[in-house]
Design a protein around this ligand. Structure first.
Ligand code: ATR
Length: 281
């Protein structure tokens, strides 16, 4: 591409940031729509977060993504927050408008769009969610906002599940449980959609969350992990005639929502997915 004095600058801050897929995905999106912009990685150590954000503002960087470990800490450096970011307590996208920074969290909307593109509507549905970490906050909030019947949350660390229940309880019917085989077995009898937000399944040495042979036939099973593309949970679900969805769609759509916030243009979702698939698989 040709960089001129008019080229807009976007980026991502994180530490580490080397493995981020966002530069590939957002660069492809700008190219596809012929937008005169670049998107670059910025490695920012935790102790430099404040000065980095000041610098991004001073340099008139138009927008940036935020990744580990800055998603929560950045909030104190921003001027405004979207409702989602406020509830979730984490920001993954920032827009710079004349030096005023607004923080957004696009994971929630990204997750819902990834279900909708697969024809899954969660309104009125019974949900079993594993995990109570950062990802669970965004996924749980998005499901409640869509009007699920109830959200059963199972987590290994029960006090963390409690915290999540307290946070999300005002948006709908949230019930929390410890991760125990017998408990999960009972919950599996009353479910339409199972979602894994934990990191279990990332490594092939990981334990199983529960006995996957107990997954009811025909329910929808979602894993927000995208690499590997098929976790043991999804493999078992597929064998039981379940519709399965991995995390690639969520990755694509959280980026697509960010792109729309920055540019006001409809994101080239298929192009973004294609470059990620080429990079990952
Ligand atoms: P993220 O931001 O990706 O959600 P996180 O906040 O560290 O990351 O959350 C990780 C989630 O994976 C938690 O729900 C964690 O359970 P605990 O709260 O009990 O730690 C879950 N998790 C990680 N390894 C796990 C394992 N071996 N078995 C069960 N849950 C696990």
């Amino acid at each position: 591409m040709r960089i001129t004095g008019k080229t807009a600058v976007y980026g991502i801050i994180g530490y580490p940031v080397k493995h981020s897929l966002s530069p590939i995905m957002q660069t492809a999106a700008f190219e596809e729509l012929g937008i005169d912009a670049v998107y670059v990685p910025f490695e920012v150590k935790p102790e430099n977060l404040k000065s980095a954000v000041e610098g991004l503002k001073a340099l008139n960087v138009k927008g940036f993504n935020v990744t580990v470990p800055h998603k929560e800490k950045i909030i104190e450096n921003l001027d405004f927050l979207s409702d989602e970011a406020e509830v979730i307590g984490a920001v993954n996208t920032v827009k710079n408008e004349e030096g005023k920074l607004t923080g957004y969290n696009t994971d929630a909307e990204g997750f819902i769009r990834s279900l909708k593109e697969e024809g899954v509507d969660v309104k009125g549905k019974r949900i079993l969610m594993f995990g109570a970490g950062g990802a669970a906050k965004a996924v749980g909030y998005s499901l409640l906002r869509e009007g699920v019947k109830f959200l059963n949350v199972v987590n290994r660390n029960f006090s963390r599940a409690k915290q999540l229940g307290d946070l999300l309880g005002k948006f709908g019917n949230v019930l929390i449980y410890p991760l125990k085989e017998g408990t999960v077995e009972i919950l599996l009898k009353d479910v339409d959609l199972i979602v894994n937000t934990t990191s279990v399944g990332l490594k092939d040495t990981d334990p199983h969350l529960f006995d996957y042979s107990k997954i009811p036939e025909g329910v929808v099973v979602v894993d927000i992990i995208y690499n590997p593309p098929e976790t043991p949970l999804l493999k078992a679900a597929k064998e039981r005639n379940c519709k399965v969805i991995n995390g690639l769609g969520m990755l694509v759509h959280q980026g697509a929502v960010a792109f729309e916030i920055w540019t006001g243009e409809k994101s080239p979702v298929e192009k973004m997915r294609k470059v990620l698939e080429e990079e990952l698989y």
